[in-house]
Design a protein around this ligand. Structure first.
Ligand SMILES: N[C@@H](CCC(=O)N[C@@H](CS)C(=O)NCC(=O)O)C(=O)O
Length: 181
């Protein structure tokens, strides 16, 4: 698939330009433009790319797709939105969103509790969804890397999973591009 990457740095002000706002009034990356389609939200983008171009999503209607959707909701809601992102908002970004130590403590405890659901599933499979690598492995790797950066002492099965994801050449290439843009 041919594509052009336009690096937009988070928190650089680039998401607040008129041109970017016309694409995404939420003032957030990522944004995908594919023909007439302008699509925001990382989970929607990854899933669209898999469904449209192949290689990232199980067949709609299949049991594996049900598992994919389950992981998607879990990663977005339980690991990202109301645990890691709360830690970020009221920790690193407290100058913008306010200091809230009780919220940060509750979010840290909540993250650890939520990981209990994933642990036996990560131990059992090479990938999150049986049958191979999918989009939820991309999103899960992002959240687990984020947790490590926030000082969570992840149990060994998560570290082994992360190690496998980090060895994928597309992961290495994406990391290289992110660090040079
Ligand atoms: N729910 C969105 C969240 C996206 C998001 O929070 N993006 C952050 C960076 S990771 C952002 O663009 N923040 C505003 C800014 O950098 O100016 C998604 O999953 O795509």
């Amino acid at each position: 698939m041919e594509y052009v990457s336009r690096p937009i740095g988070p928190r650089t002000g680039e998401t607040q330009t008129a041109g970017f706002r016309a694409l995404n009034p939420k003032e957030k990356v990522p944004v995908l433009v594919d023909g007439d389609l302008v699509l925001t939200e990382s989970a929607a983008i990854v899933t669209y790319l898999g469904d449209r171009y192949g290689g990232l999503t199980p067949e709609p209607g299949s049991i594996q797709r049900a598992r994919y959707n389950e992981w998607l909701s879990y990663i977005l809601m339980e690991l990202d939105a109301h645990t890691l992102y709360v830690i970020r908002k009221h920790g690193d970004l407290k100058h913008l969103y306010g200091e809230a130590p009780a919220a940060v403590d509750a979010a840290r405890a909540g993250f650890e509790k939520q990981l209990r659901w994933a642990r036996p599933r990560i131990e059992a499979e090479g990938h999150l969804v049986g049958g191979g690598f999918t989009g939820v492995d991309i999103l899960m790797t992002t959240c687990l890397d984020w947790a490590v950066a926030y000082g969570f002492d992840l149990p060994e099965p998560f570290l082994a999973y992360l190690g496998r994801q980090h060895q994928r050449s597309p992961f290495m290439e994406a990391t290289r591009r992110n660090s040079t843009s």
